[in-house]
Design a protein around this ligand. Structure first.
Ligand SMILES: [Zn+2]
Length: 246
């Protein structure tokens, strides 16, 4: 009666017109074999298959898949191509939706957060209260140095600026907690004043916001930003630890 069921699945992306079809798929998801567009949540979405070994093959559902460099994730399969799979390779859209997380913002909010150390790992020591200050300051200084040395790794100019200011505020909190509690906006106000003295037109905004309106090479603008932040951090450092930096 029906066609014989295949015993091995096709190779991923092996349809002769895969490239052309997937280019035309637009906002739809390309089928893992033929590349034809599959509309999300449509009848055409017949299943999901997991591509491994750098695109060389599909994994069986009962296989333990390692997410190494050759792992290419789950891909949708359309109605014609689904018939080319033997049993044991395609996950149904319903199963897939269950394993791939929440389908809505509400469901996402209702999902409990879970965080765990890697298996076999244990936390070592805790900080002795006498260590907290020294180790805390060392960590803050090293983190600020890393941030200013490789700012682009930390995101946009504004992200870099705000992270640096938070680190400076934390240093003030550790070195001068009473002052910090009495004047919680001191660091930000000092920063505003410093940049307003240097750059006309800067209101109650970030330096990054002002710099981003400048024409010029982005690399240079990052350099200006990190230079200003380094000088500011040093000036704050001097004012709260005058003897240390004389
Ligand atoms: Zn297909």
């Amino acid at each position: 009666m029906g066609a014989r069921r295949p015993t091995t699945p096709p190779r991923p992306f092996s349809g002769p017109k895969y490239d052309r079809n997937s280019d035309r798929a637009g906002a739809d998801m390309p089928c893992a074999i033929c590349g034809k567009g599959i509309r999300e949540n449509s009848q055409d979405l017949c299943g999901w298959a997991q591509v491994v070994d750098g695109g060389a093959r599909f994994a069986r559902l009962d296989e333990t898949v390692t997410q190494d460099g050759g792992y290419m994730g789950w891909h949708p399969v359309g109605p014609t191509c689904a018939r080319k799979f033997p049993p044991g390779y395609l996950q149904t859209p319903q199963e897939y939706a269950k394993t791939q997380g929440a389908a809505s913002v509400e469901e996402g909010m209702a999902t409990p957060w879970h965080v765990a150390l890697p298996p076999g790992q244990a936390l070592g020591d805790t900080m002795d209260s006498r260590d907290v200050l020294q180790r805390g300051l060392r960590w803050l200084d090293a983190t600020l140095q890393g941030l200013l040395a490789r700012p682009r790794m930390y995101g946009s100019m504004e992200a870099v600026e705000l992270q640096a200011l938070l680190l400076v505020e934390m240093r003030v909190q550790l070195r001068a907690p009473s002052w910090s509690e009495k004047e919680p906006r001191w660091v930000l106000e000092q920063w505003q004043q410093c940049i307003q003295r240097r750059y006309r037109g800067v209101g109650n905004s970030t330096l990054a916001n002002y710099l981003s309106r400048e024409q010029g090479d982005v690399g240079n603008l990052y350099d200006v930003l990190t230079e200003c932040l380094a000088r500011f951090a040093a000036a704050v450092h001097r004012s709260i630890d005058p003897q240390e930096n004389s």
